[in-house]
Design a protein around this ligand. Sequence first.
Ligand code: DX5
Ligand code: ZN
Length: 219
Amino acid sequence: MNCLSPSILSADFTRLGDQIREMDEAGAQYVHIDVMDGLFVPQISIGLPVLKSIRLITEKVLDVHLMIEDPDRYIEDFVKAGADIVTVHAEAARHLDRTIAKIKEAGAMAGVALNPATPLSVLDYVLPECDMVLIMSVNPGFGGQKFIPYTIEKLLSLKKIIKSHSLSTDVEVDGGVNLENASRILDAGANILVAGSAVFSNETGSITDNVRAFLKLLE
Ligand code: DX5
Ligand code: ZN
């Protein structure tokens, strides 16, 4: 299924509840929550207490993107706080196979994220265990960056690999996704689009307008 996962990193945090309700009512299927630890990426963003509060106001899929070192330390806590999907970075998990197993044992879907420069080959043996692969199309750490064009090539290769193994792994793309490049990204094999600034800080439309425009492309 094709889904939109608006990244609340670009939301107005003084009105976070209202903005999540608005994207929810407009039809976005997921909520993308970026957790940053100031080590794996330079910024520190939001964590467990905020996730718990979001869980109280929406039944949509909570898509938690952990940009943190040694994510095993927090997997159970994030699932208990309400995460439906927990995505870890292959670059940050020393024992990736174990980390994926931990996410599933805790009761969530397991995603693995790859930075732009990380080759797909890190997935060679664990791909069948992944519910989702997140292809970063910017270097993680900030919203509002420009989409890196070679991501398209990476998506095409990933799609081929998934097909050749007869898998049905979800493919999510995160970073610089907007209404202009979304169709190209979907055509290359993604089925879940993360969009932060294009949903929350696009001056030409409201959150509702932006979500609806994305959903049209995702149909
Ligand atoms: C970047 C985050 C993204 C970010 C996307 O490190 O993982 O989820 O919020 O923001 P845009 O869509 O503005 O690039
Ligand atoms: Zn993200």
